[in-house]
Design a protein around this ligand. Structure first.
Ligand SMILES: Cc1cc2nc3c(=O)[nH]c(=O)nc-3n(C[C@H](O)[C@H](O)[C@H](O)COP(=O)(O)OP(=O)(O)OC[C@H]3O[C@@H](n4cnc5c(N)ncnc54)[C@H](O)[C@@H]3O)c2cc1C
Length: 406
């Protein structure tokens, strides 16, 4: 165990100020490290779709003291209704029954609410540098020399990439994302649109084989809807989504072609996509790295092990991974031992959660008529069940006690 005075001399640069970054910063500050967080956006990114904090991750936010605020922000969605090709009801359930989450314990919050809560806990204690990113990393025996896009140069004991699935830090260190990306066979578009159906705290999802369109009302009838179009695409559409090259017109065209002739209100949703100024398009995929570190540089959250939104576990893995990495750095004086311990104690949990989905096999998004019929039969069975079963992977890691504070 290192003494606080040893730890106080250790400097850490974290890239990315979303979920994993501020969580890691909070715990490292508590353990006496001098922390700098660099974020390429000009402020913590607000808004966005609802995300889940489940199982082991609930304990992380409790230990950070933000559980009560997140419980207030919790989106208490009453109903998840599945629709057939013509908009007829297939089944209506409580959302926790579908997600394997635990009602009354697990949380669903706006992504911006979670980012803001994490940032608030640590903003006055560590250095945040916005509107910047890492250009080069040069490791040597006594540290990592970092050049920033803004032109500055500094040296840190350790650098951690918490800059998401398309991590620029990972690219600087290891090269192109392709070598770590496991494509899962779907493309998706998320955006907000007017609440033309007057929905209140409910989720509607329309499916045909290989196509889904969802409308999520997280608020009242006069609040905008989160629209979500998820579709099967056997080969990754590299022409429309590629590292560093995003082509919104090509993305909109692909979605419009995919949903041509669709029933229910889908045409209206696709029209709204064309008007949306907050369209987010990507393909569903996972990041799988054989090792989460190299020398003095490690990765955490989506940058190291994005499980994809299809598992609903990305936020939880980011929170738990950051907690575990900080604890390992606090309990091991040497970064090599610390990174090894982080990986040894966290990898099984990550692997279990990444295994919740396979290529083209997402439970909610069947790609054939037969699989859709089977899913619908399962949903009707769930309606008849008295209580939902929690997904064991969500709580598979028992969080160790924090290291002593500095
Ligand atoms: C549509 C959608 C729906 C989702 N739904 C769910 C859900 O229901 N449940 C769930 O648990 N998860 C969900 N997720 C996943 C979840 O959002 C991520 O897993 C989670 O945000 C990962 O957190 P992170 O901090 O590791 O990375 P991110 O949240 O991706 O944050 C990375 C940060 O790094 C910054 N950055 C990027 N590049 C650089 C750079 N070069 N230098 C500096 N900063 C940089 C970015 O601006 C960003 O602030 C969903 C994701 C999507 C896209």
């Amino acid at each position: 165990m290192t003494s606080p005075s040893d730890a106080a001399r250790r400097t850490v640069l974290i890239t990315g100020a979303s979920l994993a970054g501020p969580t890691l910063a909070y715990w490292l500050h508590r353990y006496g490290f001098a922390v700098t967080v660099v974020e390429k956006a000009h402020a913590p990114r607000g808004g966005g779709y609802p995300i889940d904090v489940r199982g082991t991750a609930v304990e992380v936010v409790r230990r950070m003291g933000i559980l009560p605020a997140l419980q207030v922000a919790h989106i208490d969605t009453g109903r998840f209704t599945f629709l057939d090709a013509d908009g007829g009801e297939v089944a209506a359930l409580h959302p926790s029954a579908v997600a394997g989450s635990v009602a009354g314990r697990d949380l669903e919050v706006g992504r911006g609410d979670l980012t803001a809560a994490l940032y608030e806990t640590v903003r006055d204690d560590v250095e945040f540098v916005f509107d910047d990113s890492v250009d080069t990393l040069d490791q040597h025996e006594s540290g990592v020399d970092v050049t920033f896009r803004s032109g500055g140069q500094r040296t840190f004991d350790v650098v951690v990439g918490a800059d998401g699935m398309h991590s620029g830090t990972r690219k600087v260190l290891f090269g192109p994302e392709e070598q770590f990306h496991r494509y899962l066979g779907y493309g998706f578009a998320v955006f907000t649109m007017p609440n033309f159906l007057g929905l209140t705290r409910e989720l509607l999802m329309w499916n045909t084989p290989g196509r889904a369109a969802a409308l999520y009302a997280t608020g009242d009838a006069d609040d905008d809807l989160h629209a979500f179009l998820n579709f099967h695409q056997p080969e990754q559409p590299l022409g429309v989504v590629r590292e560093g090259l995003r082509e919104p017109d090509a993305q909109r065209d692909l979605v419009a072609r995919t949903y041509a002739g669709a029933g229910w209100e889908v045409t209206r949703i696709v029209e709204a996509m064309h008007q949306a100024d907050d369209l987010f398009f990507d393909t569903a995929g996972q990041i799988r790295m054989l090792s989460w570190s190299s020398g003095r540089v490690a990765f955490v959250g989506d940058a190291a092990y994005a499980p994809s939104f299809l598992t609903g576990q990305g936020s939880s893995l980011a929170l738990v991974g950051a907690y575990m990495l900080a604890r390992s750095l606090a309990t091991h004086g040497d970064h090599v031992d610390a990174f090894a311990a982080y990986e040894r104690d966290t990898r099984e949990f990550v692997t279990m959660n990444q295994a919740l989905v396979d290529k083209g096999g997402a439970r909610l998004f069947p790609t054939t008529a037969e699989a859709l019929e089977q899913r619908n039969a399962r949903l009707r069975d769930l309606v008849a069940m008295p209580a939902s079963t929690p997904q064991p992977a969500h709580s598979a890691l028992v969080l160790p006690a924090p290291a002593p504070a500095a």
